[in-house]
Design a protein around this ligand. Structure first.
Ligand code: HEM
Length: 417
């Protein structure tokens, strides 16, 4: 870049400057309010925080950016502040990989995540969901995140990966720290905690990978990826580890967040819980609306071509663009009264799973999990509310927005297993 170009870029950044804190200690609705205000005042803005990034707010801009992937933008690094979630500069497979190698990964992964393949897990997932409910149903109260929303997708990922279920809790803990750091921790404390979790998770996997390589292959993601050849080469242990971290983080935090946010909503709006189950046909569209409304992930992209045009602005190579999908999913252009949950919306397809080449590989699995989870919860706890004896729900932002401290109260019922 020439000096003149740098001056132009500095001027552009100054003209569009409105700093943005992706890790603000605000609630999701406050943060969505901030994004709605930006959408009206300055739909594309520049934040100088961290290493600097542009912030999008409109559905069309976010969708255009994600669709352009592999054609002028790359997905590395995925954090708005320009720091890789696992504390390294190595691109995570497949989410931070683009081009031909990414297509090869998707060709391998897409078939194992196809609707018919994931449907084979349905009985096992239903059993796991009901076993988790067994653990709290007699008590009439539960810590919903730790008792269900976190372990259920954990069990699902373990099942599709073919990993030992008894190691799940430990894995969930590592992934939680990698993604969120420590609650209320400073940047340094978070970095340190992530470093420790990364080292422990890596040590665990480095022991397991040779065992899996030597074991007979099975119908699961681990077997497929162990035998994969990308650009003519088998994956190294490090690449496998990166991929495994991604599978855990992508599959856990997202489903957990949708479940937890939804249950808080239903606890406060019990008539909607009934409405979701009013006929056998109402559940699937209701889940799509819950996905739109909860939308946890917030991807970021980097301009890879000489420049990229977005919303009439020409951004040069190296600029990072942050795309909070939830902002796109609350764009009133496509969703009238966007903050309202309406199960009968005839709206544009939501962006919760992303769009373009990196569109979520696990979306059919996620939909199946949500359907199984809500159905089991409905059958065993037909009515529930927030437990006044427990702490109030605490929302958080970050790489996946979500809610902790979801304590529910309901009529006790019998164990089934
Ligand atoms: C409600 C649940 C889920 C939501 C909302 C969700 C959302 C997303 C989004 C938005 C992306 C694209 C990110 C980007 O463009 O940078 C993505 C990618 C991905 N998701 Fe999901 N996801 C969910 C569940 C899952 C599950 C259950 C799995 C697997 C067990 C999974 C595995 C992945 C993988 C591997 C990618 C990377 C795809 C690629 O780079 O080509 N996700 N997900």
């Amino acid at each position: 870049m020439t000096d003149t170009d740098q001056t132009t870029l500095d001027e552009l950044r100054a003209e569009y400057r409105r700093d943005y804190d992706p890790y603000a200690a605000s609630t999701i609705s406050e943060h969505l309010g901030e994004l709605a205000d930006r959408r009206e005042q300055l739909p594309v803005s520049y934040s100088a925080r961290g290493n600097g990034c542009w912030v999008l707010t409109e559905y069309d801009d976010i969708s255009a950016l994600l669709r352009r992937n592999n054609r002028g933008v790359v997905s590395f690094p995925n954090e708005p502040d320009g720091i890789n979630a696992v504390g390294t500069r190595v691109a995570q497979i497949p989410i931070e990989i683009d081009g031909a190698a990414h297509r090869q990964y998707r060709q391998l992964l897409d078939p194992i995540f196809a609707p018919k393949r994931v449907a084979q897990l349905a009985d096992e997932l239903e059993l796991q969901a009901n076993k988790l409910i067994d653990e709290f149903i007699e008590a009439g109260t539960c810590d919903f995140v730790n008792g269900f929303a976190l372990p259920f997708p954990g069990a699902t990922v373990m099942a599709i990966m073919g990993w030992p279920l008894e190691d799940m809790q430990q894995m969930n803990r590592w992934v939680d720290v990698l993604l969120h750091g420590v609650r209320g921790g400073s940047l340094e404390e978070n970095a340190r905690a992530r470093g420790v979790a990364h080292a422990e998770f890596s040590a665990y996997m480095m022991k397991k990978i040779p065992e899996w390589r030597a074991a007979p292959r099975r119908e699961n993601v681990t077997s497929v990826i162990l035998d994969a050849e990308i650009e003519g080469e088998k994956l190294s242990d490090e690449q496998l580890f990166d991929f495994f971290v991604l599978m855990m983080s992508a599959g856990l935090d997202t489903v957990q967040s949708v479940l937890a946010q939804s249950m808080v909503y239903f606890a406060r709006n019990p008539a909607r819980w009934d409405e979701m189950f009013s006929t056998p046909e109402t559940l699937a569209p209701a889940i799509e609306e819950l996905l739109r409304w909860t939308t946890p992930p917030v991807p970021t992209r980097t301009v890879a071509d000489e420049s990229l045009e977005i919303h009439g602005l020409r951004l040069p190579r190296g600029e990072r663009i942050h795309a909070p999908l939830a902002a796109g999913n609350r764009d009133p252009k496509y969703y009238p009264d966007p903050d309202e949950i309406r199960f009968d919306r005839e709206a544009k397809p939501h962006l919760a799973f992303g769009v373009g080449p990196h569109r979520c590989v696990g979306l059919h699995l996620a939909r199946l999990e949500l359907k199984i989870a809500f159905t089991a919860l409905r059958r065993r706890m037909p009515t529930f509310g927030l437990d006044p004896a427990g702490p109030a729900p605490q929302e958080h932002l970050g790489l996946a927005w979500g809610v902790d401290d979801v304590h529910l109260r309901f009529a006790p019922g019998p164990r089934e297993h």
